[in-house]
Design a protein around this ligand. Structure first.
Ligand code: ADP
Length: 476
C-alpha cells in the first residue's frame, strides 16, 4: 500500500509526490511517495509563515492551546493507523510506534494546556509607583529540521512549544519518513490551525534544510540529526545571530559496578541498547564493567539479546524492527567488521542473515580507543569493556567527544551520587536505561551532542522559542 504525501504551504496541500520510500521490512513495498521540493517551495513556505505570524501571536494563548488540544484528540482517534504508517516507513515495532504516537499526543496536550500557563514575572522596582514586568515574545518564524528515528514525536516536541508561544513554523521532516510528520500536520490543520501557521516542506536536507537555515526571515532553527550537519548549520545561523538549537550524536556509556545484580544490569542495558533497533541518540553503546561482574554481566547481556529477534514490526510479537536503510545496515556491519579487525570478539549478533534484519550485537575484548568504542554507530551494537574500578569507569565514560546520556548500575549510594555529579553529560540515569525521558524534563547534551544552548521539552522548550522583554510601568 503506497501513500502519497504533499507539502503544506499556507494551508494548501501541494507538490508532486515523487520521492520513493520503501518499507524497510518489506523492500518490495513502496510505503510512501513525497515531494522533492526546491528553493521556491521553501521561499513560499517561509513567506506563508511570516504572513501568518502576527495574527497567530495576537490570538490569546489559551485559544492557540485549544487547537493543540483538539489536534491531540484527532491524533488519538487516528493513532492506530498513524502508528502502522510509522512502522511501514521507519521500521520500528508496532508497540514502539504506538508508544511514540502516544508521546506526540501527550506533547500536544501538555503544550495545549500550557496556553493557560505562559506568562512572565512581576518584579519589585527601586522606583516608587513603578512595576517591572517581563514578557516572553515569540521569535517569529521557526524552522524545524527533524530526523527519521522518531518521525512523529520529534516534530511534535519541536512544533508544539514553538506554536503555543506564538511562532509560526516551517517543518522539514527527514526524507526517509515524510508520512508520520504529515499525520501530525494533518491533525493540526484539521483541528483548525490557521493557514500558514504550520508549513511542511519535504525534500533533501542539503536543499530544503540548507535553504531554511540561510533564509534571514527564519529567526530560530531547531535541529535534531547528525553532528556533522548540525555543526554546519550552527555556523550558518550564528553568523546572523539567529537562535539555534542542535541535538546531535551520542556515544552513551554505562558503568556496571561489582555490587550490581548482573541480570538486572543486563536488562537495563539491553533495553537502552537494543530497543528501537539501537537507533536512538540516547542508546547505550558502550559499557564498562568492574572485574568482579564482567563475565557474568556479558553472559546475562547475551541472554537478554536473544529476546530481541528482528522481524517485520507489524507482525504480532516482533521484539525488534529492521534497521532503517541499506546505508545504515552498511554502517552497522562495517562497525562490527572493523571491531573484529581490531581484535574484538563477537559474543552475539554482528550480521543481518536476511534483508535489513541486523541482530542485536555484543562485542567484547575491545581496547578503550577502538573505533566502535568511540564513534557513534546508531545501531543495536553494544561494546563491553573492563575497567579496574569506579574511578577508571568514570574517566572512560567522560573520555568522549559526546555528552548526551550516561548511566550507572549500582546499589552504592555514594557511587551513584558521585557519578551524577561528575559525569559530563546532559542526562544521567542511575539503574535505568539511557533511553526514554518523560516529556516534561529538560533534554539535551553537552560537547558534540548539542549546541548546549537551550534544552528541549517542558518549559525549557518555550525558552528557546521566545525572547525576554522587561517593561517598567510607572504612574504619571
Ligand atoms: P541522519 O543521519 O539521522 O539522517 P542527518 O543529519 O543527515 O542525520 O539528517 C537529519 C535531518 O537533517 C534530516 O531532515 C535531513 O534531511 C537534514 N539535513 C541533512 N543535510 C542537511 C543540510 N546540509 N542542511 C540542512 N539540513 C540537512
Amino acid at each position: 500500500m503506497t501513500t502519497h504525501v504533499q507539502n503544506l504551504i499556507a494551508g494548501a496541500w501541494v507538490g508532486d509526490p515523487e520521492n520513493e520510500r520503501r518499507n524497510p521490512a518489506r523492500p518490495e513495498e513502496v510505503a510512501v511517495l513525497s515531494p522533492r521540493s526546491d528553493l521556491h517551495v521553501v521561499d513560499d513556505a517561509v513567506s506563508a509563515a511570516q504572513e501568518a505570524q502576527g495574527a497567530w501571536a495576537a490570538m490569546p494563548s489559551p485559544a492557540r492551546g485549544a487547537i493543540l488540544l483538539d489536534a491531540a484528540d484527532l491524533l488519538r482517534q487516528r493513532h492506530q493507523d498513524v502508528a502502522r504508517d510509522l512502522v511501514r516507513e521507519e521500521g520500528k515495532t508496532l508497540f514502539e510506534a504506538l508508544g511514540e504516537v502516544r508521546r506526540a499526543i501527550d506533547i500536544l496536550r501538555y503544550f495545549g494546556a500550557y496556553g493557560w500557563r505562559l506568562g512572565g514575572d512581576v518584579l519589585p522596582s527601586s522606583l516608587p509607583e513603578t512595576s517591572v514586568l517581563t514578557r516572553h515574545e515569540p521569535i517569529g518564524v521557526a524552522a524545524l529540521i527533524t530526523p527519521w528515528n522518531f518521525p512523529i514525536a520529534i516534530p511534535a516536541w519541536k512544533a508544539a512549544p514553538a506554536l503555543i508561544s506564538g511562532n509560526t513554523v516551517v517543518l522539514k521532516p527527514a526524507e526517509l519518513t515524510p508520512l508520520s510528520a504529515t499525520h501530525l500536520a494533518r491533525a493540526l490543520a484539521d483541528a483548525g490551525l490557521p493557514p500558514g501557521v504550520l508549513n511542511v516542506v519535504h525534500g533533501k536536507g542539503s536543499v530544503v534544510g540548507d535553504a531554511l537555515a540561510r533564509d534571514r526571515r527564519v529567526g530560530a532553527l531547531s535541529f535534531t540529526g547528525s553532528t556533522a550537519v548540525g555543526l554546519g548549520l550552527h555556523t550558518v545561523l550564528s553568523e546572523r545571530r539567529a537562535r539555534v538549537q542542535l541535538e546531535m550524536g551520542g556515544k552513551n556509556g554505562y558503568l556496571v559496578l561489582d555490587d550490581a545484580d548482573p541480570a538486572r544490569a543486563a536488562n537495563v542495558i539491553a533495553a537502552g541498547g537494543f530497543s528501537l533497533t539501537g537507533q536512538a541518540c540516547t542508546a547505550t553503546s558502550r559499557v564498562y564493567c568492574t572485574p568482579g561482574i564482567h563475565d557474568e554481566f556479558v553472559e546475562a547481556l547475551v541472554k537478554e539479546a536473544s529476546r530481541f529477534v528482528p522481524n517485520d514490526g507489524l507482525l504480532d510479537g516482533t521484539s525488534m524492527g529492521p534497521v532503517v536503510s541499506e546505508d545504515q545496515l552498511a554502517v552497522d556491519v562495517s562497525a562490527v567488521e572493523r571491531a573484529r579487525e581490531q581484535g574484538a570478539s563477537v559474543a552475539t549478533g554482528g550480521d543481518a542473515p536476511n534483508g535489513l534484519f541486523f541482530g542485536p550485537t555484543v562485542l567484547t575484548d575491545l581496547a578503550h580507543d577502538s573505533e566502535v568504542a568511540r564513534h557513534e554507530v546508531f545501531g543495536p551494537v553494544i561494546a563491553v569493556m573492563g575497567v579496574a574500578d569506579y574511578e577508571e569507569g568514570l574517566t572512560q565514560i567522560n573520555d568522549s567527544q559526546y555528552g548526551l546520556t550516561a548511566g550507572i548500575c549500582t546499589t552504592n549510594l555514594r557511587a551513584a551520587h558521585d557519578f551524577s555529579a561528575n559525569c559530563h553529560v546532559g542526562v544521567v540515569k542511575v539503574n535505568r536505561p539511557t533511553t526514554g525521558l518523560d516529556l516534561n524534563v529538560p533534554f539535551g547534551g553537552v560537547k558534540d551532542s548539542s549546541s548546549n544552548t537551550f534544552r528541549e521539552q517542558g518549559p525549557n522548550a518555550v525558552d528557546f522559542y521566545t525572547w525576554g522583554k522587561t517593561i517598567y510601568l510607572g504612574q504619571e
